[in-house]
Each structure stands twice: as C-alpha cells, then as structure tokens.
Design a protein around this ligand. Structure first.
Ligand code: NAD
Ligand code: TYD
Length: 351
C-alpha cells in the first residue's frame, strides 16, 4: 500500500461517496473509514465495497481523544480527509452542544493526533478539512461567496464548522501542519439522510404526508451533485496548495419552493398520478429560526487553478436522485428508526 488515508464520517451521505471513489480509484491506498455510526451513519451505504482489500472500517467517536490517539498510533496515516460531523441545521437549533463537541472538539482531537504522529516529518502529508459554505453566513439577492468572504456564521451548525476551520488554519500557521480546506454548497444525490429537504420530500410524498416548507419557500440554495463534490475532494486532496481554501459549488441556484415544485412533477410522473397531485401536499410552516436567505458559491478558483468542472445536466441528475430514493425502500425503512421518528415529531408535529 503506497499510502494509508483516514476518512472520517465515511458512513454518512457525502463520506460514503468519497470512500467509494477512493477505494475504487486508488487500489494501492489503504482507506480507513472511522465513523461513530450516529443516526446519520449507515454502513449499508458502503455494502458494495466493504469486502475490498484496501478498505477498513473502524467504529469510534472523534470526541474521545484517547481513542483517536490509539487509532492514529495504530495506522500511522499519511493523509486525513475529515468529514465526520453533526450536519443538520435544525438539529443544531434543538441541541447545539452535540455540534460543539463533535464539530469543534472532535476536529481538534484529530488535529492533535495528526501532529503527534507526523511531528516535523510532514513531506507528502495532508490534513484536509471538509467544510461548508454556511460559514460565510447569508447572501442577499446578489453576489457570491468567494474564498475571501468574511466568515459570518449564523446557526450553531455553521458556527461550529467555522470554529473548526479557524482551528485548522491556526494549526497550519502555528505548527506548520499541512492543511487544506474546502467549503461546499448544498449536496444532493443518493444516500442522504431523509431529514434533509430533498429525501424528506420524496419520503413524505410517497407516504402522502404534508411537505413542510419553511416560511414562504423563498430561501435559495446552490445545489451540487454529491459525486461532483467527491471528485472535487479527490482533486483538492491530490493537487490543492497547502494552507489554501477552495470553494465548491454547483452554479445551480433554486428557491426551495421552485425545487419542490420540480420534485413534485417528477413524483407525479413516477407514481402515475395526475399532474399537480403531489404539489397539493405543500404546506407552509413556521420558518426556521435565523433562516439564511441565500447561499451561492463562486468556484472559479477551483476551476481555474485545478481544472475542476461540475456535471452540467442538473435535470438528469435530479431525476436520477429521485428515482434512487423511490427504488431504495429497504434503505429508507431501515433508516426510519425510533430515533428519527422522535426527531420528526419534535421538529414538525409539536411545533
Ligand atoms: P451526514 O450527517 O450524512 O454524515 C456525518 C457522518 O459523521 C455520519 O456517518 C456520522 O455517523 C458521523 N459522525 C458524526 N459524529 C461523529 C463522531 N463524533 N465521531 C465519528 N463519526 C461521527 O453528513 P454529510 O451531509 O455527509 O456531511 C459530511 C461533511 O460535509 C460534514 O462535515 C458537513 O459539514 C460537510 N458538508 C455537507 C454538505 C451537505 O450538503 N450535506 C455541504 C457542505 C459541507
Ligand atoms: P437542508 O436540506 O436542511 O439544508 P441546509 O439547511 O443546510 O441548507 O435545507 C435546505 C433548505 O430547505 C433550507 O433553506 C431549509 C429548507 N427546508 C424546508 O423548507 N423544509 C424542511 O423540512 C427542511 C428539512 C428544509
């Protein structure tokens, strides 16, 4: 094996696509997936690659510094791609402490363990922190987030991710730890936990349940296909400049209400229902506290410097995504656990 790479959070939505890409594309890398398997982690996401020789799963919690140290001592990683996080804004509003612990303390534990094994010997080593565009705050109707946009996080989730980014940069500056950071816009695609907008809407239409749209549905998100994100991570991991930040985005802005109408049309077609049937489920509910109006990413640095491109055909990717959820009933059934039902009740039924 030429390199041993740690991927944290590899059983989650984006992490599972990154693990799959690296395991299949780099047979000479050993890929270690460290994941706590919280409600959002699901090893079924990786059932197609879990018997590959260059793949190893380790169950554990990044907030446990002794455990993290022991894993680093055992595997002596050459690179770290850090995705493990509490990732849902609504949950961060209900319970910020889990976000502080995992997203901040967990990241520092990984940084410390990395420093301890690499010491001064950092040639060809890299700690890559996967972050979000939400650290930049919210845009009005114009402009884009660039790598120079001032951090202005507005939710406990985005504030915890911003803190982690600051600490990663502090370790670069203070200890010369070789780091890189990328900040990505909203991802869509297979395997996303159904608390997030798109899989939640597919699941609810299938079950003839109301489609909760916060406020007036006018908030705007820039949607990127998850495999495009995974490819960008591969590129940045191998070619990114140390200490740099790269923004990753889909150049694909939708208001929530327009996106949901589009999804409703696809669902009517797939379920053989008259046009307009699914849209009748749209229900405007109380807005999210501090709801960021608009996110939009300028990814020209990544395109110009590293030659990255996102897939152009959003329509096709979006339909494929909806079809994946429709064809993955067993995956959805396994996820609709007691924990998720309790969360759903607190978030939507008792509001
Ligand atoms: P996810 O919630 O689907 O998965 C997170 C994974 O981390 C899960 O497998 C979970 O079990 C694991 N995890 C959580 N706490 C842990 C802990 N204490 N120790 C070890 N593992 C733990 O999240 P996602 O949507 O795949 O996001 C992955 C990363 O990408 C996150 O860092 C997130 O901030 C970032 N990101 C996500 C998006 C998006 O649209 N989903 C956009 C930009 C950036
Ligand atoms: P989400 O998928 O939670 O991602 P994020 O908050 O990280 O952007 O939400 C996407 C958008 O959809 C966001 O503007 C909030 C909105 N939304 C709803 O209107 N209803 C819902 O039930 C959910 C989960 C989100």
């Amino acid at each position: 094996m030429s390199k041993t790479i740690l991927i944290t959070g590899g059983a989650g939505f984006i992490g599972s696509h990154v693990v799959r890409l690296f395991v299949n594309k780099y047979p000479d890398y050993k890929i270690v997936n460290l994941d706590k398997l919280t409600y959002a982690g699901n090893l079924e996401n990786l059932s197609d690659i879990d018997n590959k020789e260059n793949y190893q799963f380790v169950k554990g919690d990044i907030t446990d510094s002794k455990f993290v140290e022991s894993v680093f001592q055992k595997y002596q990683f050459d690179g770290v791609i850090h995705l493990a996080a509490e990732s849902h804004v609504d949950r961060s509003i209900l319970n910020p402490m889990e976000f502080i612990n995992t997203n901040i303390i967990g990241t520092v534990n990984l940084l410390n363990a990395t420093r301890n094994i690499w010491k001064e010997n950092t040639k060809d080593k890299l700690f890559y922190n996967i972050s979000t565009d939400e650290v930049y705050g919210a845009l009005g109707s114009e402009g884009f987030f660039t790598e120079e946009t001032r951090y202005d996080p507005k939710s406990p989730y985005s504030a915890s991710k911003a803190s982690a980014d600051h600490l990663v940069r502090a370790y670069f500056n203070t200890y010369k730890l070789p780091v890189v950071i990328s900040n990505c816009s909203n991802n869509y695609g297979p395997n996303q936990f159904p608390e997030k907008l798109i899989p939640l809407a597919v699941n609810n239409i299938k079950n003839n349940k109301p489609l909760p749209i916060y406020g007036k549905g006018e908030n705007i998100r820039d949607w990127l296909y998850v495999e495009d994100h995974a490819k960008a991570i591969d590129l940045i991991f191998h070619k990114g400049k140390l200490g740099n930040t790269y923004n990753i985005g889909g150049n694909n802005e939708w208001t929530n209400i327009d996106l949901i109408h589009k999804l409703c049309e696809i669902m009517d077609d797939r379920l053989n229902k008259p046009s307009g049937t699914s849209a009748k489920l749209i229900t405007f509910v109380k807005d999210r506290a501090g709801h960021d109006l608009r996110y939009a990413i300028d990814s020209s640095k990544l395109q110009k410097e590293l030659g990255w491109k996102h897939s152009v055909n959003f329509e096709k990717r979006f339909e494929q995504t909806v079809d994946w959820y429709l064809n993955s009933q067993k995956w959805l059934d396994n996820i609709n656990s007691g924990e998720y039902e309790k969360y759903y009740e607190k978030q939507y039924v008792k509001r």
